[in-house]
Design a binder for this molecule. Structure first.
Ligand code: PMP
Length: 361
């Protein structure tokens, strides 16, 4: 830290992304990327767009908005493309929360929400999950502040049904409800159609997981045109060319190839169910995930130790130090052969673990 930093940011705790190590080859099950490559159409479109990188991209991303609007069944003024959905979350915290007033979100959820709240001086209202890790929608009815809920939630993978989401939106007409649907394509139900009915609902999406474009950075905000105009004004005041030319073209091609991606999501969902069953056979507790990851713990080994032992076997998973979930690991659902390697490694580790207390010796 220098002597020049604004006092506004003194004490800021930055978000720590999952590791992206380059030291050796890992089976990477730690940041919920797709195990499947982008479609041929996307590769061609990105290469073609690279030819014009001397020119600025379209700051309104009009063609991409049109493609998104068609697939999401909304109008193009209801869509804002962004540089990964982290950007739309940041814009939403800026646009719809005031300094010193609260934003409510589940206490165990995506770690970026508290970071953004602190960054913008917004009071955090962290609402505990139920003991089974589910979100109780009753907690958010008439809560009288901006609400942010990941659905499915992370890192549990557990989803709220569309009726519960609608109840929350309906019960907070004076505040924006943000539903972060980063993982919705793997088996939960989307609230996008409700954006036509409720002017206070913002749905956020990402192409990082379901559409194999984590490295391209592409996400979307979908909501009433008033909300989108508010968000676009901040986008244009901070980074007007937020989605680069290659990513815009890749995104359009990905919408054209949507069938390929939805089939990949179904493959991931099948692998998730197979893996969950096999982990349960090994004695793991597994939350009922609708996402492309599993949230698991084992009575005989601590979360931290399992993480370390898998890492020694070149398998990366995600362990969170937060006390309430420190027993758990979040495991991305990869390709079937990757999950086979995970099951084998977990079996070997457990065979050598001999119980939590022994493991510490
Ligand atoms: N929301 C949730 C719940 C996430 O887990 C992530 C991924 N870290 C994001 C949003 C952001 O994803 P991206 O910025 O890659 O679109």
């Amino acid at each position: 830290m220098s002597n020049f930093q604004s006092s506004r940011f003194a004490g800021l705790t930055a978000y720590v992304p999952g590791e992206q190590p380059r030291d050796r080859r890992y089976i990477k099950l730690n940041t919920n990327e797709s195990p499947y490559p982008p479609s041929e159409g996307v590769l061609k479109a990105a290469a073609e767009a690279a030819r014009s990188l001397n020119l600025y991209c379209d700051p309104t991303a009009l063609r991409l908005r049109r493609a998104a609007a068609e697939v999401y069944g909304v109008t193009e003024d209801m869509v804002l493309p962004v540089n990964g959905s982290d950007e739309i979350l940041n814009l939403a915290f800026m646009a719809f929360c005031d300094r010193g007033t609260p934003v409510a979100y589940p206490e165990t959820s995506y770690g970026f929400y508290p970071v953004l709240a602190d960054l913008h001086g917004i009071i955090k209202r962290e609402i505990p999950l139920k003991s089974d890790f589910s979100v109780d929608f009753h907690d958010y009815l008439g809560i009288n502040c901006t609400v942010v809920i990941a659905n499915p939630n992370a890192p549990t993978g557990m989803a709220l049904g569309p009726d519960s989401v609608e109840r929350i939106v309906e019960a907070n007409p004076g505040n924006v409800v943000v539903i972060d649907e980063a993982y919705v394509d793997f088996g939960a139900e989307s609230a996008v159609s409700l954006t036509k009915k409720y002017e206070n609902l913002l749905v956020t999406r990402t192409f990082s997981k379901s559409h194999s474009l984590a490295g391209a950075r592409l996400g979307f905000g979908i909501g009433d045109k008033g909300l989108i105009a508010d968000l676009a004004a901040i986008k244009d005041s901070t980074n007007p060319y937020n989605v680069n030319a290659m990513t815009q073209m890749a995104g359009i091609a990905a919408f054209e190839d949507n069938g390929y991606y939805m089939e990949n999501c179904r493959r991931v969902a099948r692998t998730r169910e197979d893996t969950a069953e096999r982990l349960r056979e090994l004695g793991f507790e597994v939350t009922p995930s609708k996402a492309n990851f599993l949230f698991v713990r084992h009575p005989e080994i601590s979360g931290g130790e399992l993480y370390e032992k898998l890492r020694e076997k070149n398998i990366l998973v995600r362990h969170f130090s937060k006390k309430s979930i420190a027993d758990y690991n979040r495991i991305t659902v990869g390709a079937p052969d990757e999950m086979e390697a995970l099951i084998t490694a977990a079996g070997e580790i457990l065979a050598g673990a001999g119980g939590k207390s022994d493991a510490k010796e």
